[in-house]
Design a binder for this molecule. Structure first.
Ligand code: NAP
Length: 499
C-alpha cells in the first residue's frame, strides 16, 4: 500500500493500543508482574504515554526460564513439519495484519508508516524463510577412513535461549532470532527493548494464534534489563544467548556468558563506510547513499556513517546528495509524505547533536542541518558534514541518527585503509562500475557484508552479521539456523565385525 493510500486517525491508534495485551507472556498465558509493577511506553513524536505495561521482575525472569525449560523436551520432539506449519501460519497472520504491526512500530519507535510496512515485510519473511528451512535440518552418515567404524552426525536443538533485542527494528530483530529458534526446536525467553516492547507483545498473540505451544516463547519486557537478565545468563539451564544491540553492552554480556560457556550470537554496532569511486554511476550512488544513510532515520546498525568519495566526483556527488537530504521530509511517522520521524528518545538525539558539534570543532563544515526541530517529539534535521577529518569522533563512534559525514580520498588503497580504520566490521557499501575493483574490495574490506552498487544488503535469505567488534554469528540464510543447532556425533562399531 502506498504512503498516502492509508490515513491513520487518532481512533485507529487508540483501537490498536486498546487491543494489545499489557502483561508478561509466560508459559502461554498473560500475567502481571510479580510485584504489580509497570512502566510507560512513550510515543517519541509526541512524548505522550502510549500504554502502561507490566514490568518484569527478577522472579518473573526466573518464571519465564522455568517455562522455557519445561517446554524444551516436548518442543524438540515436535515434528519438523509441525514447527514449519506454525511458522508459515505466523507469516500469513503477520502479513494479514501488516497495517497493525506497521502502525504500532510507528507509534512506539517513530519510523514513518511506509518504512514500518517495509519492516513488516522484511521481519515476517524470516518466518517464511525459516518455515522452509525447518524440514531441511539433516545430518550425515559416513564410514570412518580406516573402515573400522561408522560415523553418524546429527543436529540437535541447542536448548532454551535468551534473546535480547534493540528498539530500532522492533519486529525484525525479534523474528530474526525467534524464527530460526522455532525452526530448530529451541524454546526461548525474549527481552525486548524497553523503549519498544509493544510490537513483541502483538507478535506473541500472533504466534499463539498460529498454534505455538505454551512455554516455547516467553516475553519479559522490563525497565531493569541488567538485573532481570543477569540471573538467567548465570542459570545452568540456559543454553544460548543471542543479543542484538550496542557493542558496549555486547562486550559485557559476552563476559557474563563466559561463566556458563554459553553459546552466543552477537549482532553489535557498526560504522559502515560507503565508498564512491570516480567511475561510479553518481545518481545510483546518491540513491544508494540515501538508502544506506537514511533508512530508519539513520538509526540502523547498517547505516552508512562514513561516506568516502573519490576526489574527481566529490563535488558532483556532494551537491546532489545534499539536495536529496534537503528534500527529506521530517514529520510524525503517521503523517502522509513523512520520510523520517523523530529519533527514539532525547538521549539518542543529544548524542547525535554532540557528535555534530564535535565534528565542526574538529574541522568539518556543516553543509546542511545540524539543529533540533522544535517539539514535542525528538526531531532532528537531516544533516550533512563535509571535509570531515578521519580523526573526528564521528568517524569512530556510531552516530545513530540522520547525520551524513563526507570525506574524500585519492586512491583505492587509501579508500580501503580509511574504510578498515575502525573497530567495527559489519557492512560496507561501494559504488564503482569496475567489476575487478568490486571484487578486490570484496576481499580487502574487513566486513561481514558488502553492498556493491546497492545501499541495502538486508535479506532474510542472506547471512547477516559482522566481523571484528561488530559481532559473532550470522542471522538469516542457511547459516541462520546453525546458530540454534548443536552437532552430535555418534561413533558406531563396524557392523561387520561387531558381535
Ligand atoms: P543497547 O543499549 O545495547 O540495548 C540493546 C538491548 O540490550 C535492549 O533490549 C536493552 O534493554 C538491553 N540491555 C541494555 N543493557 C543491558 C544489560 N546490562 N544487560 C542485558 N541487557 C541489556 O542498544 P540499543 O541502543 O537498543 O540499539 C542500538 C545498538 O544496536 C546500536 O549499536 C546498533 O548498531 C545495534 N544494532 C545492531 C544490529 C546488528 O544486527 N548488528 C541490529 C540493530 C541494532 P533496554 O531497552 O532496557 O535498555
Amino acid at each position: 500500500m502506498s504512503d498516502s493510500a492509508f490515513t491513520v486517525t487518532a481512533s485507529d491508534e487508540q483501537l490498536l493500543l486498546q487491543s494489545l495485551p499489557t502483561g508478561l507472556f509466560i508459559g502461554g498465558a498473560w500475567r502481571p508482574a510479580s510485584d504489580g509493577g509497570s512502566f510507560d511506553v512513550i510515543d517519541p513524536s509526541t512524548e505522550q504515554v502510549l500504554l502502561t505495561i507490566a514490568d518484569a521482575t527478577v522472579a518473573d525472569g526466573a518464571a519465564a526460564l522455568d517455562a522455557a525449560v519445561e517446554a524444551q523436551r516436548g518442543w524438540a520432539k515436535t515434528a519438523p513439519r509441525v514447527r514449519a506449519e506454525i511458522l508459515r501460519s505466523a507469516f500469513e497472520l503477520v502479513t494479514q495484519r501488516t497495517e497493525d504491526f506497521a502502525l504500532l512500530m510507528t507509534l512506539e519507535m517513530g519510523k514513518p508508516l511506509a518504512e514500518a510496512r517495509g519492516e513488516v515485510a522484511y521481519g515476517s519473511e524470516f518466518l517464511r524463510w525459516f518455515s522452509e528451512e525447518t524440514a531441511r535440518i539433516s545430518g550425515r552418515f559416513a564410514t570412518a577412513p580406516d573402515g573400522r567404524s561408522r560415523l553418524l552426525v546429527t543436529k540437535r536443538p541447542v536448548g532454551p535461549c535468551l534473546f535480547i533485542t534493540p528498539w530500532n527494528f522492533p519486529l525484525a530483530m525479534a523474528t530474526r532470532k525467534i524464527a530460526p529458534a522455532i525452526a530448530a526446536g529451541c524454546t526461548m525467553v525474549l527481552k525486548p527493548a524497553a523503549l519498544t516492547p509493544l510490537t513483541a507483545l502483538l507478535f506473541a498473540t500472533v504466534l499463539q494464534e498460529a498454534g505455538l505451544p505454551a512455554g516455547v516463547l516467553n516475553i519479559i519486557q522490563t525497565s531493569r534489563a541488567g538485573a532481570v537478565t543477569a540471573p538467567l545468563i548465570q542459570d545452568p539451564r540456559l543454553r544460548k544467548l543471542s543479543f542484538t544491540g550496542s557493542t558496549e553492552i555486547g562486550r559485557r554480556l559476552l563476559a557474563d556468558a563466559a561463566h556458563q560457556v554459553l553459546r552466543v550470537s552477537m549482532e553489535l554496532g557498526g560504522n559502515a563506510p560507503l565508498l564512491v569511486f570516480d567511475d561510479a554511476d553518481i545518481d545510483l550512488a546518491v540513491d544508494g547513499a540515501m538508502l544506506a544513510k537514511m533508512r530508519n532515520g539513520g538509526e540502523a546498525c547498517t547505516a552508512a556513517n562514513r561516506i568516502l568519495v573519490q576526489d574527481g566526483v566529490a563535488a558532483a556527488f556532494t551537491a546532489k546528495f545534499v539536495e536529496r537530504m534537503r528534500l527529506h521530509t521530517v514529520a510524525r511517522g503517521t503523517a502522509p509524505g513523512a520520510k523520517m520521524g523523530p529519533l527514539v528518545d532525547e538521549g539518542t538525539r543529544a548524542k547525535v547533536h554532540e557528535l555534530v558539534i564535535a565534528s565542526i570543532a574538529e574541522g568539518a563544515s556543516l553543509a546542511l542541518g545540524g539543529h533540533y526541530i522544535d517539539g514535542p517529539g525528538y526531531f532532528y534535521e537531516p544533516t550533512v558534514l563535509t571535509n570531515v577529518p578521519p580523526t573526528a569522533r564521528i568517524m569512530r563512534e556510531e552516530a545513530f541518527g540522520p547525520v551524513a559525514p563526507i570525506a574524500t580520498f585519492a586512491t583505492e588503497a587509501e579508500a580501503v585503509q580509511l574504510a578498515n580504520d575502525t573497530e567495527f566490521g559489519l557492512v560496507a557499501y561501494a559504488f564503482t562500475r569496475d567489476l575487478n575493483r568490486g571484487l578486490r574490495l570484496a576481499e580487502e574490506l574487513e566486513v561481514g557484508m558488502l553492498g556493491l552498487n546497492t545501499g541495502i544488503v538486508s535479506n532474510p535469505a542472506a547471512p547477516f552479521g559482522g566481523v571484528k567488534q561488530s559481532g559473532l554469528g550470522r542471522e538469516g540464510g542457511a547459516e541462520g539456523i546453525e546458530e540454534y543447532l548443536e552437532t552430535r556425533y555418534i561413533g558406531i562399531a563396524d557392523p561387520f565385525s561387531a558381535g
